[in-house]
Structure formats: C-alpha cells, structure tokens
Design a protein around this ligand. Structure first.
Ligand SMILES: CSC[C@H]1O[C@H](OP(=O)(O)O)[C@H](O)[C@@H]1O
Length: 358
C-alpha cells in the first residue's frame, strides 16, 4: 500500500513550486508559492520547509527556478552557492545540489532549465520510493516487538521525521505508518522537541492519520525509558558520518543514552542521501547554531485563536542554540535505510563505494 501525502510537501506549479508552510503547523495548514531563488533560500533557512530529505528536494527545485530565469554558468553557480549556504547540517541539501550541478553543468545553457525541472522531479519521486522502502524495512522491527508482548508496540521518536519532513511517508515514521496500515497496534511517544517544537508536527501527523500517540515533554523521555514503557526508539537523521556517528535534532543523543541504559533498542532511519561517507566521524559534522529568539519566544494561538508570538525571556538573554547533536555509533543499534538495516559503521555493506557513493 503506497503512502499518499495528505497535502504535498512540495509540488511544481508552473515556473515555481507550492510548499506546505511548516511554520504555520500545527495550528493552520497553509501553502505558499515560491517563485524565485531568494524565496526558496528563505523558505529553507526559515524552516518553512524543513526535514533533511525535503530540504534537499526543495533546493533542487530552487535550482530549476533560478535557471528558468537565467541558465548561464554564473547563474547556475550562484544558485548552487546560495542554496548551499542556507543550512549546514543536513547533508541531503548538499547531496541534492551536487546531483543538480553534476547533471546541469555539462549541458548547454539552453538545455539546462528543462533538465533541472526533470532532475528535481526525479529527486522528489525517488524520495517517495525511498521512504516507502525504509517503512518496509523498519516494519520488521515493529513486528518483532508486537510478536513479543501484548498491547501496542511502543515507539519513541524525537523531532519530526514524518511525511512533512520528506516527499513521501517520512523516515522514522514510515515504519509506524506501515505498521498502522497493516493493522499492527502501535503507540508513538512524541517528544516536544524544544525549542522549535517539531514534535507538535509529529503529533499532528499521527492525529490526522489516526495513529495512537502521546506528546511528552523532552525531559520525560528518560523516565519513560527507565520505567520500561518504551519498546523501541526510532529517530530520523540529518547526516550520518562514515563511522555511523549521526547528527539529528538536538536531544537525540540524550535519548540514545537513556535507551542504552534501559536496554531499549535505538534506531536511526535515514536514506542514502543522508549518508556522508566523506565525513569520517561525528566530530567533523557541522552543527547549525540558530537564532536566540527560538528559545526566548514561543509561537502559538492566542485566546481568540489568532496566531501569536510570546516573548518568555528578555531579548538580551544570553543563549546557546545548537540545533543538532551527534549520537555516537556505539549507541545506535542499527540504521534503517531503503536497502535494509545496517549496523552503524557498516553502511558500506549496503552502499558500496564502487556504486559512486560520496
Ligand atoms: C526526515 S529527517 C528529519 C530531520 O530533520 C530535522 O531537522 P529540522 O527540523 O531542523 O530540519 C530533524 O533533525 C529530523 O530528524
């Protein structure tokens, strides 16, 4: 059964794209047209689109949008550099731009725009297939939990690695959706994911899909793991280094530590486009620092149901806001990819270098 996104996270519309604006979720579902390179770069930087695979696809469309106006060498280089500078950690962005550059640079300018749209569309469609395959492979983990004990399989996740973060079913949530579609009882524990609260997107997705779940405060994860109330942890990833060290949303590493201490298996779900074989280990992964206001303010609806932002601490409060952390390979029980599940650090067995992996 193929997962169909309730609202496409990105789709071509003439010489531009229409995105689902994630800064409005979960309060409102609004789409937004992106018609220029600058609008695409802003959408990625400001997280109107977010999630590693979706960032990559959006960047690919951004190149197509730019080349539709000017397909010369300088314009192509400018588009690639502008988009590459938007967010540093998710390697899917750089993977997609590398793929676009390799496809387009050898072409005559007159042939580039059409080829760029085709390549962007191919990246989007491939991501749908990739998510589906991750779902199939991850399903086996949920099935084995379901076979071991009565009641729903209790899966903890962090951040949002569901359909809104991709062009398909998601990464970490793809196995959950696959289980739910097959009638396997599953209950997802969703951590809030301060400061940007991507867990609210996960809770919204699961609610819309009718998948039982509970939103938890980030700091509740350790207690729930220690009390034996979690069977399996699955999170997404933004970059997996060659040795299996994995960057994901800040807070992931604490969950992996608590899971290991409690004897709960901890898995990462990530496609090939998230694997960075050129990056030796987690210490070499660039970690994005984001604006202080992400911690100092909260966004939501006011008493009248209108969108509002509240400042919860003085604007000059000193803040550190690393958006990601690195979970060492030793804490990861496996990485669920579109080609199967590999031990962290053994990804080359699924993606041999001779196939052209970075
Ligand atoms: C499907 S990977 C999603 C990945 O993206 C998140 O980052 P962000 O919300 O900053 O784009 C996070 O690390 C998730 O695991």
């Amino acid at each position: 059964m193929h997962f169909i996104q309730p609202i496409p996270t990105i789709r071509r519309d003439g010489d531009g794209v229409v995105i689902l604006d994630q800064t409005c979720l979960p309060q409102r579902t609004e789409t937004r047209c992106l018609a220029t390179l600058a609008e695409v770069a802003t959408a990625i930087r400001d997280m109107q689109v977010r999630g590693a695979p979706l960032i990559g696809a959006t960047a690919a469309y951004g190149v197509a949008i730019a080349l539709t106006r000017d397909a010369g060498d300088d314009a192509l280089e400018h588009a690639l550099h502008t988009l590459a500078a938007t967010r540093p950690t998710a390697v899917n962005l750089h993977w997609a731009l590398g793929r676009m550059g390799a496809r387009l640079l050898p072409l005559a300018p007159g042939a580039r725009a059409e080829a760029a749209w085709l390549e962007a569309e191919a990246i989007r469609l491939e991501d749908q297939e990739t998510c589906a395959a991750i779902g199939t492979h991850g399903l086996a983990l949920i099935e084995s939990v379901a076979a071991r004990r009565p009641g729903p399989a209790r899966v903890m996740t962090h951040c949002n690695a569901g359909w809104v973060a991709t062009c398909g079913a998601g990464t970490a949530l793809a196995p959950v959706y696959a289980a739910h579609a097959r009638g396997i009882a599953v209950r997802v524990l969703v951590s809030e994911t301060r400061p940007r609260n991507q867990g609210l997107l996960t809770a919204w997705e699961l609610r819309e899909a009718g998948v039982p779940h509970a939103l938890i405060a980030d700091n509740a994860a350790g207690l729930l793991l220690a009390r034996g109330e979690v069977d399996l942890v699955i999170t997404g990833a933004d970059r997996v280094a060659a040795n299996g060290d994995t960057a994901n949303k800040v807070g992931t590493c604490l969950k992996a530590l608590a899971a290991r201490d409690a004897g709960v298996p901890f898995y990462i779900a990530a496609p090939f486009s998230t694997l960075d074989f050129a990056c030796p280990d987690g210490g070499a992964i660039p970690i994005e620092d984001r604006a202080a206001d992400e911690l100092l303010c909260v966004a939501g609806l006011d008493a009248n149901g209108q969108p509002a932002t509240l400042r919860q601490a003085p604007a000059d409060t000193q803040v550190l806001n690393p958006a990601f952390d690195v979970t060492p390979a030793r804490l990861i029980d496996g990485i669920i990819t579109e080609r199967g599940i590999a031990a962290a650090g053994a990804l080359r067995e699924l993606f041999p270098a001779e196939e052209g992996a970075r």
